[in-house]
Design a protein around this ligand. Sequence first.
Ligand code: ADP
Ligand code: ZN
Length: 741
Amino acid sequence: ILPSLFGDTLPEAGPPTHVVPVLVPLPVAGAYSYAVPEGMHVAPGSVVQVPVGPRQVIGVVWDGTSDDGVSAKLDPKKLRPITLAFDCPPLSKEMRDFIDWVSAYTLSPPGLVARMAIRAPAALDPEPMVEGLRYVGGQPERLTPARSKVLDLIREQDVPWTRSGLANAAGVSLSVIDGLTQQGVFETIFLAPPPVVATPDPDFVAPRIEGPQKQAAEEIIASIRAGGFAASLIDGVTGSGKTEVYFEAIAETLRRGKQVLILLPEIALTSSFLERFEQRFGAKPGEWHSDLSPRIREKVWRGVVTGDVQVVAGARSALFLPFENLGLIIVDEEHDPAYKQEDRVFYNARDMAVVRARIGDFPIVLVSATPSVESQVNGLSGRYNTVHLPTRFGDAAMPDLHLIDMRRHPPERGGFLSPVLLRAIAKTIDRKEQALLFLNRRGYAPLTLCRVCGHRFQCPQCSSWLVEHRFKSQIQCHQCGYSERTPEACPECGTLDHLVACGPGVERIAEEVERHFPDARTIVMSSDLLGGVKRMRLELEAIANGEADIVIGTQLVAKGHNFPLMTLVGIVDSDLGLSNGDPRAAERTFQLLSQVTGRAGRTGLKSHGLLQTFQPQHPVMQAIISGDAGAFYEREIEERQKAILPPFGRLASLIVSADTRADAETHARGLRAAAPKVTGISVLGPAEAPLALVRGRHRFRLLVHGRRNSDMQGFLRAMIDNGPKQRGSVQIQLDIDPQSF
Ligand code: ADP
Ligand code: ZN
């Protein structure tokens, strides 16, 4: 008899037969060895439960690579046995190779990488049946117009309906349906529950595509038909129809019976994407992100492993889903910093997606209106095939962009919005259109101080200022989440009501907007909204439905949304990201500003973008208003090349943290001293990390810079292996290709 899929089988506690290596989800260098009891069948990739000390953990049976075959030679009688083997498909060779690769590249323990790809199958309660209605026949005693509507519909489509489904489809109230049931026209039956993820149909509604879209789609489809690994980059302005083009690539892959993964930043907020997918393919994709119910999570995961779920749209963590038969990855908004995970395993999902496609030998499509410099360079060198969509689809024109020189058009005292911008807002809302004011700063003010003694409010456990959140009457640390009620008196000098807010956050801009436009409907969009993701989705829907006149938002509103009435985008502080000493600052600012201004005018209405700046001559500002992205990238690439910065050189950052400053510094100095002498690789620092204190831990940073072909991983490993022994509270965070440096 075949065992049921996903049941778990407890082995008979038979004598141990042989030994296998098992990766456990712990920060250890390799696999642990366990005995396999007689009667238990495991192979590389099997998901198992094993004891580690007094605990039981979920692990995965590995092959020789992580222990060089030593396990097989050990005496099974001397080792603890595997507790149980889960009855689910093992991780494929492809996934195991991918995990080994990511582990070697990021220098992260393989067990921690594997943990992202395995799950212990959870029990699924039987699905509740759904109550439905069946048409019995006959007529009700009294035939009202509403009742005729229902009867006409059900005679036309004589299938089982749900009560509310029938009411909606017929456009009548539930009481009409209930009346008919009482009169015996319908009988109640039980229906099988609908599937969590239905099957997408590649030919459900094929769009008419022509011109550059058609050419782009054909090129990508050709690379899919050719088979094997191929990387394409769709470089097209916001609203140019990039999504429509990669939908064609998805359709082609589905026709070939393979699964598709679509990576999106902020997937939890992009319900409109799921709907759009459904319109094209007749079914929604499976979703994968942190905001799913356990039941949906379990079902999507099972569908992915068995191949029943054909398309997944997910956040970066979806890259580690063990697909049964993956045949295409799409990385939308490939430049987005949200693809970088900076926790435990530090990786960039865009880069690792390319690796996964190469190992799986299937195509990948990167998509962006403002591709990363890395991807641009790969396009220029021919490693990626770039397709261009230079204009918006249909009648929609790009917004008209202007800089507001804040030195010449200063805001009134205590304000942050220039009169030019305020006039533009007034005109926009007069026309019953929407304005977006963008400021990438949560809260009311980034810094609060005492007017009398100059005391600044600082987090007790981090080296960062406390940010005032006036709506919540709190001051908060954005590093660790520490918060306290906004004090009435200065804790230093005791003066009452003398606190001053320095600089603006979105809440303060909202206050200014309300002062100028008391009758306008405003929405503040930031991750501080009470009610979390659900509330954010509702607010985004409200904006799309025209239920707001002025939206004040952080980058939450910048990404991928389609707001039909939005015709003005005002950037409160265009210079904000430019001065943080990060060599990617120009690129990031260019991308963010392009993306935010790209929210305007997507449906053909004439639209504007106004960018408040103190540096109108800055190359980023000039690139934005000239619309000449090409020239900007050219210059940016040249500078990176000169400075041997990525992708022309390689970088890594090591952050050493400890409970005391001395311990962190000593250890960092020890690592520096242990660095091998290698031509082409140099170490900078240690110096205090940009955030010198986080959650009470002191941090020092070493930067490692290498030429393009240098063996950074080998160098870093040597440094750590030859460096001082890691003792006490000392921890090292290793970040290959750090986002900021
Ligand atoms: P992008 O992904 O580049 O921002 P979209 O794919 O969202 O652009 O397209 C912008 C708008 O144009 C969307 O509303 C989309 O429905 C529409 N559109 C794009 N291509 C087509 C097409 N071939 N036929 C009909 N509508 C299209
Ligand atoms: Zn803090």
